[in-house]
Design a protein around this ligand. Sequence first.
Ligand SMILES: C[C@H](CCC[C@@H](C)[C@H]1CC[C@H]2[C@@H]3[C@H](O)C[C@@H]4C[C@H](O)CC[C@]4(C)[C@H]3C[C@H](O)[C@]12C)C(=O)SCCNC(=O)CCNC(=O)[C@H](O)C(C)(C)COP(=O)(O)OP(=O)(O)OC[C@H]1O[C@@H](n2cnc3c(N)ncnc32)[C@H](O)[C@@H]1OP(=O)(O)O
Length: 382
Amino acid sequence: MALAGVRVIELAGLAPAPFCGMILSDFGARVIRVDRTKVAMTVDTQARGKQSVALNLKSPKGVAVLKRLCLQSDVVLEPYRKGVMEKMGLGPEDLIKENPRLIYARLTGYGQSGSYAKAAGHDINYLAMSGLLSMLGRSSEKPYAPLNLVADFAGGGLMCAFGIVLALLERSRSGQGQIIDASMVEGAAYVGSFMWKSRSIGLWNRPRGENLLDSGAPFYDTYRTSDGKYVAVGAIEPQFYQQLIQGLGLDDTDLPSQMSVTDWPQLRQTFTQVFATKTQAEWGQIFDGTDACVTPVLSQDEVLSHSHNQARGSFLKDSQGEISPRPAPVLSRSPAEPCGSRDPFIGEHTRPVLKEYGFDQAQIEQLLSAGIVECNEAKARL
Ligand SMILES: C[C@H](CCC[C@@H](C)[C@H]1CC[C@H]2[C@@H]3[C@H](O)C[C@@H]4C[C@H](O)CC[C@]4(C)[C@H]3C[C@H](O)[C@]12C)C(=O)SCCNC(=O)CCNC(=O)[C@H](O)C(C)(C)COP(=O)(O)OP(=O)(O)OC[C@H]1O[C@@H](n2cnc3c(N)ncnc32)[C@H](O)[C@@H]1OP(=O)(O)O
């Protein structure tokens, strides 16, 4: 796999850093998640292929253990508020001084500088600060965050993984590590570059929800079908729009022109009425195999059985029967091989990882009896 041999220490976080760690793990990196002690359950639902070490960082001895793990690894991924790592003496300067090859990734909402750097926040705040939230939502309605997808995952976890891969690539030439300052505000904005770059062509001149691609255009929207399901329509180009009109059984000469913005509300009404006359599956029979750009809106449970997804193996079922997306993109020679077994229990790998990182048996027992580390192997065997 592409990242085989790369050792990552991931400090346990909420959602973006776990996703970043899972991407690295799916593509072959060895990811060791450092969890808190005295915690019954992890909130990391993206732990595929990771190992867990439970370590008390409130103790100087725990901090010393973490330092030893970091110094022998390729990547440290930390999701804390600015200053937390420095307070423990584990800031990037300290660690990179001792391990110049170390890649130190800092995944935060607002980045390591600026007046918001130390403020708490979540996806919706970062999205708001990126300028993108102001563009999301239906006409005359308030801005609407599309789950916590854009800042946490696209602009956060994924962008940070990209930064790590770039730093690894550069290190293969220079032999040196570096610090990655991954701000979710900036990551989200960068993912949305098109929204800035396309202003000059007038794509966003109208109010929110009234433009071509923000649900303003009737040929770029979702419609309810007679069985209470939905279809998605993305028939932008005239030749594809013609196929949509044909599939709907409408006569083009009775309709206003596609790009007549003032007629869009009326056209939307017509489409709404027509789509409501058949089931989602019936529309599938009409539109599948055409270029009308009409697809079913599938639920999370339906994706696995759709013929196209099935043919490509786009979704996986793990050993627990849980469905999740296959890692993307697909590399021809060294594709991801996601681990099929269950996620680790907190502290499940404390003992073997410490051993591997050079702690001897007596040191491990001492750390265990002092409560600096926890080991949950017994639970893991149950
Ligand atoms: C919208 C998303 C968030 C969605 C997350 C949800 C999926 C989950 C959120 C709550 C979960 C539920 C909840 O936990 C209750 C249940 C628990 C149960 O186990 C499971 C079910 C639950 C219902 C559970 C279910 C779900 O998991 C939840 C609903 C986001 O936007 S995520 C993005 C957030 N932002 C960032 O990541 C940006 C960077 N980080 C930050 O800005 C801050 O970290 C943050 C997020 C604001 C939190 O600030 P906080 O003050 O809490 O921490 P920090 O200042 O960063 O400091 C960390 C301190 O922790 C110490 N520490 C770290 N590791 C250890 C250790 N191993 N041992 C000891 N101590 C440790 C560290 O030293 C710091 O201590 P100090 O404060 O003293 O310096």
